[in-house]
Design a protein around this ligand. Structure first.
Ligand SMILES: Nc1nc2c(c(=O)[nH]1)N[C@@H](CNc1ccc(C(=O)N[C@@H](CCC(=O)N[C@@H](CCC(=O)N[C@@H](CCC(=O)O)C(=O)O)C(=O)O)C(=O)O)cc1)CN2
Ligand code: MET
Ligand SMILES: [Zn+2]
Length: 775
């Protein structure tokens, strides 16, 4: 019996990599220094895993930005627009790499970034590979080999991890018509042969090949690509042991394909789907040589493993296959977990009672080994203490007084059907809102946040450390709000925002104000590139003890005669971006959050706020990976939004915002949410997304984002006018809003100011064109 870890966070337990990358981008440290930081993190992680007793330790899982972008470099799928940069001998491979991730606007070059999108149903984002019809692949990076050798030189034999060829292709996007990316498999496989040849020369024993698409709906062509790819690799390199790795779901109708592939080990996610174990063990197709890696320790949540349940599953598997053929593993990469619970020792916001229920990445490594020891040693001599304390922690959680709040269940029981819909239809509401709000055609607005500068963060850090008083902190925030309101008035913005300066994060901030949530100090998880989040932990019933945003919004509104839009995070997004309790259905937790947001919406309305935005950027992310599971999810997720927003008067305008979303398949459900206005991310895909809204005849108002806020690149007025003209072709002018793709918190003021002035000028130009047409 072996132990296996699928991947470890690259970011560092104190976000060393984030800090080094951002310093490098600002030219504050050299490339050598950045590379050195990467090396230190890798070594630290490998040693940690070795000391924890992990047999199959990953290498190649470390990344300066994203593992899929790393693979794009490895197979040489570098889009044409970077060729000047690539040919420029004064630029390093790392410069090219970051240009692909973030765009490049220096030395007279102006190159857009590659698209970024959600990694399955997580809050991690990857860089989308771009493919052309005559796409060429060529082994172009030695990173994966270098890291294997680096570990070996330090006395650690590792298991290289690479995305499997089928998933790699399916994660990408065709950049021209006339082919399907899966057709490129025959061109791609020779590069995998080159990779395996090098592995073989270096004496690599195991290779982890991630094929998460095996838990998705596949067609026959895609299944055949699996067979082709893995048979080809096995034929050429029969001695390399492949661990075919699936996660985030179950194999279902792809089981037969998975079991037919010539691999050494199949890894399955038993956290998401413990039921699939029986199905696999009883399958007639299960080959007698195949080993199973049991993904038992949850890489996606922070609760301690339930040893009793895991040992049951291990026993079932060993009885059937024998301990020799079983590996104990994390369910997926630990990339999605915070690094180390031990860092929380002085955290007053995490009581010892709650802390004993938790395990972060480092603790999870230990759980993997302890599970192995417990299952090999039936007398439990070696891990007796760990077993007892695990069982006690589970008991303490089941019976804790912290979890259940009778007031919350009473409130839930009193919810009625009417609470889920607005009193009047959209056209009726729109007329009343037009009269009240008096907005021009193509109203301009932003998505909520303004730059979270180092200064803003420093004030907050000082306040949290007790270096300044609450009053000093609040005075500072008020000044920031005042500056932002007056500036928005000066540039002629139509609907203003207060700027979200008081928020550390759009989810963590609300978590901190709600009961039933706990927080970490160092529980950082990578979201994209150098950007991290600290997801709050929902451990108990959720309840809003008092208003959360009303004072800030009302203050902002008091400074201007223009309309200030209230800004809230929606229930599905709060759920999705938190660590969620696993002792009740997600839908129930979500409904509790809905009621808290509903109360806040009504309090904002009472305070005179006429437009309220309830952000739901994560509603698409929460969609189950299999289509047959969609309806059940959409029913409660859409319901949660409606419950949160439907209490208001007809005159109050409800906005929602979504980003990183492919809505084509769920556009009807988005319409069912019945927000008066939806702002969406659109610019990186050149308004492609709008076709879905047009085809469906989406009924309400839409603000398709006219510029990409994830890149420091400033868009031109002409570019935005062109995008708006494109939008106008499919959405009637009376229903179009003008706004960026998302909030501006990650940008600097300098770029923000130029871009928004240009955006408002673009809206003005559209209005003038319409007036001219009328005259
Ligand atoms: N939860 C969440 N998920 C999301 C998004 C989002 O906004 N939130 N947006 C989409 C894209 N993802 C994103 C994820 C993170 C960030 C982001 O900006 N993160 C910040 C951290 C935000 C934060 O929590 N800030 C805290 C802590 C800031 C900090 O680092 N403070 C320093 C001290 C600063 C000083 O002394 O000067 C420290 O703790 O060391 C605060 O402002 O209070 C970062 O990585 O830099 C942006 C987008 C999708 N998913
Ligand atoms: C990831 S969606 C962000 C919405 C939020 N209101 C902001 O502007 O930052
Ligand atoms: Zn957004």
């Amino acid at each position: 019996m072996q132990t296996n870890n699928l991947g470890y966070p690259s970011i560092g337990s104190h976000r060393e990599l984030k800090k080094a990358c951002e310093a490098f981008w600002k030219n504050k440290i050299s490339e050598t220094e950045l590379l050195e930081t990467g090396k230190d993190i890798r070594l630290h992680n490998w040693k940690l895993q070795k000391d924890a007793g992990i047999d199959l330790i990953p290498s190649g899982d470390f990344s300066f930005y994203d593992q899929i972008l790393d693979m794009t470099m490895t197979v040489g799928a570098i889009p044409e627009r970077y060729s000047d940069l690539k040919a420029d001998s004064s630029k390093s491979a790392l410069d090219l790499y970051f240009a692909m991730a973030r765009g490049y606007q220096h030395d007279g070059l102006d190159i857009t970034a590659m698209e970024m999108t959600k990694w399955f149903d997580t809050n991690y984002h990857y860089i989308v590979p771009e493919f052309t019809k005559d796409q060429q692949f060529k082994l172009s990076s030695t990173k994966i080999f270098d890291e294997y050798e680096e570990a070996k030189a330090n006395g650690i034999l590792t298991k290289p991890v690479i995305p499997g060829p089928v998933s790699y292709l399916l994660l990408g996007k065709e950049k021209e018509e006339g082919f399907h990316r899966i057709d490129l498999i025959e061109k791609l496989i020779p590069v995998y042969h080159d990779i395996f040849r090098r592995f073989s020369e270096s004496g690599v024993e195991y290779v982890q090949m991630d094929e998460p698409f095996l838990v998705m709906d596949l067609d026959d062509k895609e299944r055949k690509a699996f067979t082709y790819a893995y048979e080809s690799l096995h034929q050429q390199f029969p001695d390399i042991k492949i661990i075919l790795t699936t996660y985030f779901g179950d194999l279902r109708d792809n089981l037969k394909t998975a079991l037919s592939l010539p691999v050494d080990t199949l890894h399955i996610d038993l956290v998401r789907s413990p039921e699939q174990l029986d199905e696999i063990l009883s399958s007639k197709q299960l080959p007698s040589h195949l080993n199973l890696s049991l993904g038992l320790v949850d890489g996606r949540n922070i609760w301690k493993n339930d040893f009793r349940q895991s040992l049951g599953l291990i026993q079932t598997a060993t009885e059937k296959l024998g301990a020799q053929r079983i590996t104990i593993a994390s369910s997926c990469s630990l990339l999605h977990s915070p690094c180390d619970l031990d860092l929380e020792k002085d955290n007053a916001a995490l009581s010892p009672e709650i802390k004993q229920w938790l395990a972060f990445a480092k603790q999870k490594l230990n759980e993997i080994t302890v599970l192995k020891n417990l299952s090999l040693d039936e007398e439990r001599n070696t891990a007796q203490q760990e077993y007892i304390s695990n069982i006690n922690a589970a008991k303490s959680r089941q019976t804790s007084k912290l979890i259940h709040n009778p007031k919350v269940s009473q409130r839930l029981n009193s919810v009625t059907e009417e609470d889920f819909s607005r009193s009047s239809s959209f056209p009726e509401r729109k007329e009343l809102q037009n009269q009240l709000l008096e907005l021009p055609l193509f109203p301009t607005t932003t998505i909520g946040s303004f730059p979270q500068t180092a200064e803003v963060r420093k004030w907050r850090a000082d306040f949290k450390k007790g270096n300044i008083t609450q009053q000093q902190y609040e005075t500072f925030l008020k000044q920031e709000i005042e500056k932002s309101i007056h500036w928005q008035e000066d540039i002629n913005m139509d609907v203003l925002v207060h700027g979200e300066f008081e928020r550390n994060d759009m989810v963590e901030y609300f978590g901190e104000k709600l009961e039933g949530f706990a927080f970490t100090k160092f529980g950082w998880v990578q979201s994209y590139g150098s950007r991290c989040v600290k997801p709050p932990i929902i451990y108990g019933d959720v309840h809003r003890p008092q208003p959360m945003t009303v004072a800030w919004t009302a203050y902002a509104q008091s400074l201007t005669d223009k309309i200030v839009k209230g800004m809230l995070t929606g229930p599905v997004t709060i759920l999705q971006w938190s660590f969620v309790r696993n002792d009740q259905p997600r839908a129930s937790t979500c409904q509790q959050i809905s009621l808290a947001i509903r109360d806040e919406v009504l309090d904002l309305e009472k305070a005179g706020i006429e437009i309220i935005q309830v952000d739901e950027p994560a509603i698409r992310e929460g969609l189950p990976l299999r289509k047959s599971d969609w309806d059940a999810y959409l029913k409660w997720a859409v319901g949660a939004f409606k419950l949160a927003t439907s209490g208001v008067k007809d005159e109050t305008q409800i906005h929602t915002h979504m980003c990183y979303s492919e809505f084509n398949d769920i556009i009807g459900n988005i319409a069912d949410m019945d927000a008066d206005v939806i702002t969406i991310e659109c610019s990186r895909s050149q308004m492609e997304l709008l076709d879905a809204f047009a085809d469906f005849e989406y009924p309400n108002d839409i603000g398709p984002g006219v510029y990409d806020i994830h890149s420091p690149r400033v868009p031109s007025r002409a570019e935005m006018v062109a995008l708006l003209e494109k939008a106008k072709k499919v959405i009637p002018a009376e229903r179009l809003w003008v706004n960026p793709d998302c909030g501006l918190k990650t940008r600097d003021w300098k770029e923000t100011k130029t871009a928004l002035v240009e955006m408002i000028a673009a809206a003005r130009q559209l209005r003038e064109r319409i007036n001219e047409a009328v005259v």
